[in-house]
Design a protein around this ligand. Structure first.
Ligand SMILES: CC(C)(COP(=O)(O)OP(=O)(O)OC[C@H]1O[C@@H](n2cnc3c(N)ncnc32)[C@H](O)[C@@H]1OP(=O)(O)O)[C@@H](O)C(=O)NCCC(=O)NCCS
Length: 264
């Protein structure tokens, strides 16, 4: 586990984990950042390179400045763990043609990152390009419940009700999160009919679920809920997860959600 930023006036967490597929070992790193905009802006010059600073114009709404800065800080922190000796400023994470994050890390040609923001928090997972992933972090907004419900099938709602000990809003949010994370792994975003991203099965985990998808059987999702937050990570089904801190468990992500939920 990386050290938390001692001088940073917010939450900053990091963890490394290893995925195995056959004889292949894939090193990954996750990072969570939650901080007020003023704190993120104070550090921006140490985090952003010139091309990224050019995107942070005064025309951006404060909420977008917040998400951009928290997301870039989380993404670069995760990437830097996999590229020791490279500073955050030297790493670039710029939008690709599909608005997907495209990482360029000096000395490393095969690293990418997936990221998500919600409220003042952002989470990122850095991963080898060989192992596509998508992450999504959502904060509950009860007024969105009917819209969330419209994007689920009766089968998904029944599955979630049978397996998840949460209220209906959190169940719908968890299904949404899994589908948005899958859409990022696929790089299409939510431009495709939700039906294509349908969740086919849910198996309980402590504090969350493991999910499979109807049309993308090569992927699986892991999702956790700590109200008001929900988090999903989608990755290839063929890999076995081994945390370097707590063997064989992605539970560290759930612990981070609790930390963020504690400050709102
Ligand atoms: C991907 C998408 C679902 C993310 O939704 P969101 O409400 O912004 O939610 P999140 O905070 O969870 O994720 C945002 C991050 O997703 C990533 N992302 C955006 N598009 C992506 C894509 N096609 N594939 C993978 N990741 C993507 C970005 O890193 C973005 O953060 P950044 O802009 O700060 O770099 C949504 O933006 C989408 O559907 N995009 C496709 C449609 C499109 O091209 N829109 C262009 C803007 S109108």
């Amino acid at each position: 586990m990386m050290a938390s930023g001692a001088a940073f006036p917010g939450i900053e967490r990091g963890a490394t984990f290893v995925l195995h597929e056959g004889s292949r070992t894939l090193s990954c790193a996750a990072s969570l950042v939650a901080a007020p905009l003023a704190a993120l802006e104070a550090d921006a010059r140490d985090v952003l390179g010139p091309d990224e600073q050019a995107l942070l114009t005064d025309r951006l709404a404060p909420s977008r400045r917040q998400s951009f800065l928290a997301g870039r800080r989380a993404a670069k922190t995760a990437l830097s763990v996999l590229a020791p000796g490279v500073s955050l400023r030297e790493i670039s994470v710029l939008p690709g043609l599909l608005q997907q994050p495209v990482a360029v890390v000096p000395g490393r040609s095969n690293l990418q990152v997936t990221l998500s923001h919600a409220g003042t928090a952002a989470i990122a997972v850095a991963h080898p390009e060989a192992c596509p992933m998508g992450v999504d972090l959502e904060r509950a907004a009860p007024e969105a419940q009917s819209a969330l419900g419209e994007q689920t099938t009766p089968r998904e709602r029944a599955l979630a009700q049978a397996v998840l000990p949460y209220d209906e809003h959190q169940r719908l949010l968890l299904l949404w999160c899994l589908k948005e994370a899958l859409s990022k792994a696929l790089r299409c975003g939510l431009t495709v009919p939700f039906r294509l991203l349908e969740v086919a099965s849910l198996v309980p985990l402590p504090g969350g679920v493991r999910a499979r998808f109807e049309n993308f059987t090569q992927y699986e999702g892991i999702a956790f809920c700590e109200a008001p937050f929900t988090l999903a990570l989608v990755l290839p089904h063929s890999v076995r997860w081994q945390s370097t801190d707590a063997a064989d468990s992605p539970q560290i992500l759930r612990e981070w959600l609790s930390d963020v939920a504690a400050v709102g």
